[in-house]
Design a protein around this ligand. Sequence first.
Ligand SMILES: NC(=O)c1ccc[n+]([C@@H]2O[C@H](COP(=O)([O-])OP(=O)(O)OC[C@H]3O[C@@H](n4cnc5c(N)ncnc54)[C@H](OP(=O)(O)O)[C@@H]3O)[C@@H](O)[C@H]2O)c1
Length: 251
Amino acid sequence: MDHKTTALVTGASAGIGAEFCRQLAGRCQVIIATGRRLDRLEALAEELAGQAEVHPVAADLGSREGRTRVIEALRQKGPADYLVNNAGFSTLGPFDVLPLDDQQAMVDVHITATMALTRAALPFMRELGGGAIINVSSLASFGPVPMAAVYCASKGFLNLFSESLQKEVADAGIRVQSLCPGYTMSEFHDRDAMSAFDRQMVPAEEWMNAPEVVAASLAALEGGPVVLVPGEGNRESARKGVARALSKLEA
Ligand SMILES: NC(=O)c1ccc[n+]([C@@H]2O[C@H](COP(=O)([O-])OP(=O)(O)OC[C@H]3O[C@@H](n4cnc5c(N)ncnc54)[C@H](OP(=O)(O)O)[C@@H]3O)[C@@H](O)[C@H]2O)c1
């Protein structure tokens, strides 16, 4: 089979996902880049022209139709050597006040889409004899995090899913990682649903940037832990069991 090294990255239209595409362009010939904003994905394809063949796929991973569209793109352009389940968002507020539809969409984007894409990609990774699956979780998975109950719980799912899956596929040479960033500069905190969040609340030294987070993730694929917390300050928070930075939200 004439196989080109291929990555599928969700949430590639901004932040950490766009940076995954940039850094994977050094390892992959083909990148399937998904998100809802096609113009952003097209701009990324243009930026990376000459480094990798980028195929933009506009799809809402909160819908079954969107997930099916991405799986179809994987069938056409894959199989994937790298699957990065990165798309995600949060809301901020008490669970009994926030609209249930938004919380359901979070579960669908973080959990249902990750399961569906992993299920679609894995059998082909086994055939290829290797591959890597990176599920972008969060430091919040070490919560509890009041005002973000479904967010931290859905990210907690990703940690256990990844750890269990790694045991299932280790013999096939496949690496699974649950990447748990702390505060990272991106569009994450600019979204309407996060309008109650104030960046000033978090000291400057607690922020990482997306290139640092992605470099730590890719470097740890060989021999690193399944549940990876980038940044020493974040690891210290995770060790305490409750994210130090996030706990400020309780104050
Ligand atoms: N930034 C942080 O502080 C931080 C900390 C811990 C974990 N994380 C995690 O890191 C991941 C990436 O976030 P980021 O910081 O890079 O935020 P971001 O800049 O807001 O990017 C989020 C990406 O997810 C996509 N996305 C959101 N909802 C989607 C949907 N329904 N369907 C398809 N794509 C969707 C967005 O694309 P469209 O809007 O174009 O659809 C965008 O490309 C998320 O899973 C987040 O939970 C972030």
